[in-house]
Design a protein around this ligand. Structure first.
Ligand code: ARG
Ligand code: ZN
Length: 873
């Protein structure tokens, strides 16, 4: 049964203070709760008290000290209802739960013997009976009782206020969190953990102790996360004026975690993959991911915790804003253009696909069955793109004033997306009413653009027409306010021309606003014929179509002053060539490589540049997934063949150039996750990929050497992947075996070992996936293992997942069915590739649908049911 956004009502009762006592035991943890409740001032008296609760065994219940009779309350599988309660009262309950049997990883569970919690969005109801909704905010006081031996460390939100030993080798700790919070921000950790400690002095002079808690063997993998945390704390002060508000900030790493991390007040809990790094075990990408996630969770302390969401429909209020904040942070400390290229490339592949599929939803959905299905690319990443547009529309200064106003006005409250946008409107004086449609309309807007240069009047006429395709439940769409950042690049000068629009100067790089269905912009005094550079820095999350010729694109690739659009011109040029090759493959015609692409790449490779990071990005071809996004009907085999053909043609034609790039960028200094080093490694490794695409002898020697040198995981993993993915399986076999033995003790490295094998393009891979699922290092109960093996196969091995005999689909649905019982959230995420069946040929459509029907016939969790039902609707 769906929940609807318009049904929102304030809670009948609110909790002012929550007292909890946990007596920990793996299969029989006792949770006592004393809730100080009162009628909500906005609601009438006499309403029943409804508390959520799932999988709880009630042991005792009392109201204002009086034990209740069984006739005084009703318990069902959703919770506890008491028909009559006073205006103000204390409710005491005691329940029993079984953390060691909790495989869903929601609520209180055990990971490697460590007790930990995940309460967002609705996990707290698996801990105790409670009004489990974000607009109920209370102060918390929590006592944890555990075993001195197995749980020497007992952690909770806020400040430690008491501790001591008890009988039978037990001990306790009491924590108080003075900041009122919704229960989804509650956290508890208990286990045998070790810490590293550091300090940060806030701008207001508060001395904050920073602790990172890990299992002992991971103590040497904490340095980068701690350094990232300190950078994030400083950045939020400098950029947003936001200061930390407790004396202690803790991060805990656990192995079993459904997502990346969680921003619990003062006690962030992280998937170990999102915290732990070491040069020998983590790649540059992992280092950057850790930095981004540590910052993201820290930034939530203001955008999420101090000001939170009124209801879960507002999830993007905290997530969109916080992703925008972490993206800006990463851009500031690494390379801004590369960060933007990587984010946009990912967004245009994955979010566009979501927006075009059966689970498309607005950034602020109107209804849901299971909220955990809405931790999506749309809520997070598209939400961040919308905040970015707001930021660009009003300008940084007004945006910062709006942000200050928002934090000041709503501190300690649970609010809505309108509240946020209203602050931006108030601070800037802009009318943002049309802009609000971004929050309610699903689907990716497309802009059809064309332009014409009028020589006689020196004018350039640019026409933009927008349309948003229908999405489930939204057949009609309205025009959006789309900011298009652009330049006009003179074909003679190769420079940005000054733009004049309606008598006003836009400068050489400016923003035009498309608010109507269609509009023609007339630029005057345009001295030479230009090529327009549109949607610079991906200024709006839209698809832009412009009839660029290949000459135009080669020109922009060489001359665009916007790094992002220079990269994009290269991608568009490659896509045009790929289109021809895909058609040739389908028609059985001989493939011919477009020499303009080769020449463009030659220019890139031989022109000296000081931005190696951007160059590396420019040398990467669009991914198979992104190419598929551009096709009306996805032909996975043709896409793979065409892309391989381009890779090999480039490698043959530019072999010496790639070799020189490799050789010029292989200096091996002590590993550091610094932008310059990362740029050199990625440039060198792109070059090596091309050389290995043709199994060049010298390239192969370098690849082996790079693997054996064992200098850092970035280089080792890249070399191993190239060896294992080469057409001669024997090339990588021994290295793969040695790698697996060497790292058998490190689950995060074994994840990489699994992924490398299951993304091999050769056809025997399905058997390999099945075989690896029996490997002792694999477990269906661990989300990282599932994603590294099954998820990587289904999402990143397109030719094999979509095999025509349907084996790939069958394998995935087998896993989904089994996982549905263990961990519904992960199962629902895993099913995604099958839900995109509309994009494929009839044979595959039928096979994919048959698997979805098979899943649907099972007794399903709401999570999997919601996704599968939408996919089949
Ligand atoms: N709020 C967390 C974050 O974005 C993620 C919450 C995870 N929720 C879940 N149901 N797994 O950092
Ligand atoms: Zn978040």
């Amino acid at each position: 049964q769906p929940v609807y956004r318009f049904d929102y009502q304030a809670p009948a009762y609110r909790v002012t203070h929550t007292e909890l006592t946990f007596d920990l035991a793996p299969t029989a943890t006792r949770v006592k709760a004393r809730l100080h409740l009162e009628r909500h001032p906005d609601r009438e008296g006499g309403l029943p008290l409804e508390l959520q609760g799932e999988r709880l065994e009630l042991k005792a219940i009392a109201l204002d000290g009086q034990a209740l009779d069984s006739g005084d309350y009703v318990i069902d599988d959703k919770g506890l209802t008491i028909a009559r309660v006073p205006e103000r009262f204390v409710l005491e309950t005691e329940v029993e739960i079984a953390p060691s049997e909790n495989t869903a990883l929601e609520g209180l569970y055990q990971s490697n013997g460590i007790y930990c919690t995940q309460c967002e969005a609705q996990g707290f109801r698996r801990i105790t009976f409670y009004p489990d909704r974000p607009d109920v905010m209370a102060t918390f006081s929590t006592t944890i009782i555990g075993d001195q031996q197995s749980e020497p460390v007992l952690l909770c939100n806020g400040n430690p206020v008491d501790k001591g030993s008890l009988e039978d080798g037990r001990h306790f700790a009491t924590w108080e969190d003075p900041h009122p919070k919704p229960c989804y921000l509650f956290a508890l950790v208990a286990g045998d953990l070790k810490k590293v400690e550091d300090h940060f002095t806030t701008m207001g002079g508060r001395e904050v102790t920073l602790q990172l808690w890990v299992e002992e063997e991971n103590l040497d993998k904490t340095e980068h996360a701690m350094a990232s945390l300190k950078r994030a704390m400083a950045w939020d002060e400098q950029t947003y004026g936001r200061e930390y508000d407790l004396d202690l900030f803790m991060i805990v790493a656990v192995n079993d975690f459904n997502m990346g991390a969680m921003e619990n007040k003062g006690l962030n809990i992280f998937n170990s993959a999102a915290v732990l790094t070491h040069p020998k075990t983590a790649t540059d990408i992992a280092y950057q991911r850790v930095e981004g996630i540590v910052a993201h969770e820290y930034f939530h302390n203001w955008s999420g915790n101090r000001v939170t969401c009124r209801d879960w429909f507002q999830l993007s209020l905290k997530e969109g804003f916080t992703v925008f904040r972490d993206q800006c942070f990463s851009a500031d400390i690494t390379s801004a253009p590369v960060k933007r290229i990587q984010d946009a490339a990912f967004f245009r592949t994955a979010q566009f696909a979501e927006d075009a599929g059966p689970t498309a939803h607005p950034i602020r959905p109107d209804h849901y069955i299971e909220i955990t299905n809405f931790y999506t690319l749309t809520i997070y990443e598209k939400g961040a793109e919308v905040v970015r547009m707001l930021h660009n529309l009003v300008g940084w200064e007004a945006f910062r004033r709006g942000s200050d106003l928002y934090f000041e006005r709503f501190d300690g409250q649970a609010v809505t997306i309108e509240d946020f946008v209203d602050c931006m409107a108030e601070a800037s004086g802009e009318d943002l009413s049309q802009f609000m449609r971004w929050y309610s309309q699903a689907g990716t807007p497309e802009i059809d653009a064309h332009g014409e240069y009028d020589y006689t009047h020196s004018e350039y006429h640019l026409t933009l027409r927008q349309r948003t395709p229908a999405t489930p439940g939204q057949p009609e769409k309205q025009a959006l306010h789309i900011p298009v950042r652009m330049g006009l690049v003179g074909t003679k000068s190769g420079r940005d021309l000054t733009m004049t629009l309606d008598g006003e100067s836009l400068g050489k790089d400016g923003v035009i606003h498309l608010c109507e269905d269609e509009r023609t912009f007339v630029f005057t005094d345009v001295a030479e014929a230009p090529v327009p550079s549109l949607l610079r820095s991906f200024s709006a999350p839209v698809k832009l179509h412009f009839p660029y010729s290949r000459e135009d694109l080669a020109f922009l690739l060489a001359h665009d002053s916007d790094g992002f659009n220079r990269w994009d011109a290269g991608q568009r040029l490659a896509l045009l060539a790929l289109d021809d090759l895909i058609a040739a493959h389908r028609n059985g015609v001989e493939k011919v490589m477009d020499t303009r692409v080769i020449e463009a790449f030659r220019t890139l490779l031989t022109t000296s540049t000081d931005d190696k990071a951007v160059l590396a990005e420019m040398l990467m071809l669009p991914s198979e997934a992104y190419i598929a996004e551009q096709q009306p009907l996805v032909d996975v085999d043709a896409i793979h063949a065409a892309r391989e053909f381009v890779r090999q043609s480039l490698a043959v034609a530019l072999r010496d150039e790639f070799l020189a790039v490799y050789e010029n960028n292989r200096s091996q200094v002590a590993y550091a996750p610094e932008p310059e080093q990362i740029a050199e490694r990625s440039l060198k490794n792109v070059a090596l990929s091309y050389l290995m695409a043709i199994e060049d002898e010298q390239g192969l020697a370098y690849c082996r050497e790079q693997y054996e040198a064992d200098h850092n995981m970035t280089d080792v993993r890249h070399a191993l992947t190239l060896l294992v993915h080469s057409s001669d399986e024997a090339l990588g076999a021994s290295a793969l075996k040695r790698f697996g033995e060497k790292w058998a003790h490190d689950p995060l490295v074994m994840d990489q070992w699994f992924t490398i094998q299951v993304t091999r393009p050769q056809a025997d891979v399905i058997e390999r996936v099945k075989y690896l699922m029996q490997h002792p290092a694999f477990s269906l109960r661990n989300p990282n293992r599932v994603r590294a093996l099954v998820g990587a196969f289904a999402s990143h091995n397109r030719v094999n997942f979509h095999r025509l005999d349907g084996e790939g689909y069958q394998l995935l649905s087998d896993v989904v069915i089994e996982l549905n019982r263990l961990n519904p959230e992960i199962a629902a995420g895993l099913v995604t590739p099958l839900t995109r069946w509309q994009r494929f040929d009839e044979t595959r459509q039928a096979l994919m649908r048959a698997q979805l029907e098979r899943i649907k016939a099972e007794p399903l969790s709401p999570n999997v049911y919601e996704v599968v039902a939408k996919a089949l609707a």
